[in-house]
Ligand binder design. Structure first.
Ligand code: NAD
Length: 499
């Protein structure tokens, strides 16, 4: 079948200390197309030795990078932003090739270019405060970068993840080791080439490809990494937090899984609600952490909603993710495909009612495709109702009262995104307040989000927040400096520490 980018032009090596290199043991893993199953390239698999080398480079680069003025740091970031925008088309194709993301749904490069552009100027906001409230003292709170930090990212939106994590870290003055996902290593490797072209000093940005073990595990337990920002499954998030706790208690920022509810009340615009909630599931074939995978509709409008939702949900054009008309591509790889198939089996053994799909399929005679699938009347304790399926799979259940809808929405360990559709403003605000969720959509749903508001989860969906204006703080330590300037007769400041 072939690929639109010649494979000998695809970067497959690690980027450590300003140079591209093979793995220390020459180890590789294949990046394959989930559509044609063809091998694209053999990516380098980072060993513990490669990972340690990248951390050492980030550590060595930290003093000079953190001592630069923010405008100089911002200059590199602006250049990188321009290069990312110029590479939009190539980045789009690389994700479509490696993890089946339809090019028609790709907005990541523009998002990430904007992140770097914005943080290029936000670096000068990394500053502290002063206090004269202790007599005889001028006290100050310094905000200083953590040191070398690690970023471990998932495969579903790799370019966006780079923007969310690296732009604020670099602006804060941290240096970074990024590990990409083994399922989508091509865009992060291309990003490394762009960072090199932008002229960042060696060691400021290091990019590794490879699996969770050994490289990811080495980073999360590394004694020289002071902060780790992870996006991925709750399962892996727990491991990373445990590794941090048992090594140097590094700061851990976690953006994890979701099982997001959407509540549709009978006074809502039903056609609009159906269209938007279906689109949320169609995004990356349901492989989005914020997909509204549990829908609850008020009983009186349930049939009308299901009819409208089904018509839109099944209509997505399936096919080659590299073609602009394709809206539904294959699942990311064979592992994801088999995982979703196991959930389809579990659902068919369960007590819900199959409304649409329910099977794995082939399109153009190939690919890891799953049919858009709807179950209704799913008992709340079914496995598929409680766990993140991460595929084109949705439950549509009903409710009668507002209190019941809220209770069902919150009956989950996750809390990433929740939506409510209603034309009753008071109800919308009551429900928004009651949701146990880091993001709430009123008359809108995921992927709608604003990049300048905090993004993150309640409960097992994570800790810490990302987003312009919020992430910079995550990479800055607080340091209190007390300066005694004079004695105050009759007052011993040491005895009034909270003056
Ligand atoms: P994953 O947890 O399997 O892998 C994520 C990353 O962790 C990969 O780079 C992987 O190599 C690495 N990893 C695996 N084991 C590791 C270990 N022991 N130590 C260190 N690193 C390790 O997740 P995934 O399948 O790549 O991504 C899908 C998940 O990500 C879903 O649960 C989804 O909800 C979540 N996600 C969350 C957000 C968010 O903003 N909250 C965004 C996108 C995806």
């Amino acid at each position: 079948m072939g690929f639109p980018i010649s494979t000998d032009k695809i970067e497959r090596r690690h980027y450590i200390n300003g140079a591209f290199s093979e793995s220390s043991d020459k180890g590789t893993f294949p990046a394959k197309s989930p559509y044609s199953h063809e091998k694209i390239v053999d990516m380098c698999e980072a060993t513990a030795e490669d990972t340690n080398r990248a951390v050492a480079a980030a550590k060595a680069a930290f003093p000079a990078w953190s001592n630069l003025d923010p405008y100089t740091r911002g200059g590199y970031m602006k250049k990188l932003s321009e290069l990312i925008l110029q590479s939009n088309h190539e980045l789009k194709q690389l994700d479509a090739m490696s993890m089946g993301r339809p090019v028609s749904q790709y907005f990541d490069a523009v998002f990430t270019a904007r992140m770097f552009e914005q943080y290029a100027t936000l670096g000068c906001e990394a500053k502290g405060s002063t206090s004269l409230n202790t007599p005889g003292f001028v006290n100050m709170v310094l905000r200083q970068p953590f040191g070398p930090v690690a970023a471990i990212i998932p495969w579903n939106v790799p370019t966006m993840m780079i923007g969310m994590k690296l732009a604020p870290a670099l602006a804060a003055g941290c240096t970074v080791v990024l590990k990409s996902s083994e399922k989508a290593p091509l865009t992060p490797a291309k990003f490394a080439a762009l960072a090199h072209e932008a002229g960042f000093p060696p060691g400021v940005i290091n990019v590794l490809s490879g699996h969770g073990t050994p490289s990811g595990a080495t980073l999360s337990s590394h004694m020289d990494i002071r902060c780790i920002n992870f996006t991925g499954s709750t399962f892996t998030g727990r491991k990373i937090q445990a590794a941090a706790a048992s090594s140097n208690l590094k700061k851990v920022i976690l953006e994890l899984g979701g099982k997001s509810p959407a509540l549709i009340f009978d006074d809502a615009d039903i056609e609009k609600a159906a269209g938007e909630t279906a689109a949320s599931l169609q995004m990356i074939m349901g492989q989005a952490c914020i997909a509204n995978s549990r829908i609850y509709v008020q009983e009186t409008v349930a049939e009308k909603f299901k009819t409208a939702f089904t018509a839109i949900y099944k209509a997505a054009k399936k096919g080659d993710p590299l073609l602009p008309e394709t809206q539904h591509g294959p699942q990311a790889d064979e592992i994801q495909f088999e995982r979703v198939k196991a959930y389809l089996q579990s659902a068919s053994d369960g007590k819900g009612k199959l409304e649409l799909g329910g099977h794995a399929t082939k399109v153009d005679g190939t690919g890891f495709f799953i049919e858009p699938t709807i179950y209704s009347d799913v008992p709340e304790d079914e496995k598929t109702q409680r766990e993140e399926v991460f595929g084109p799979f949705v439950s549509i259940n009903t409710f009668t009262t507002e209190a019941e809808a809220i209770a069902k929405a919150n009956d989950t360990e996750y809390g990433l995104y929740a939506s409510v559709y209603t034309n009753d403003l008071s109800r919308a605000m009551r429900v928004a307040k009651a949701f146990e969720s880091g993001l709430v959509g009123v008359n809108c749903t995921s992927p709608t989000a604003a990049s300048d508001t905090p993004l993150g989860g309640y409960k097992a969906s994570g800790q810490g927040r990302e987003g312009i204006g919020y992430s910079l703080d995550e990479y800055l330590e607080h340091k209190t400096v007390m300066v005694k300037v004079n004695d105050v007769p009759g007052l011993d400041a040491a005895k009034v520490p909270h003056a």
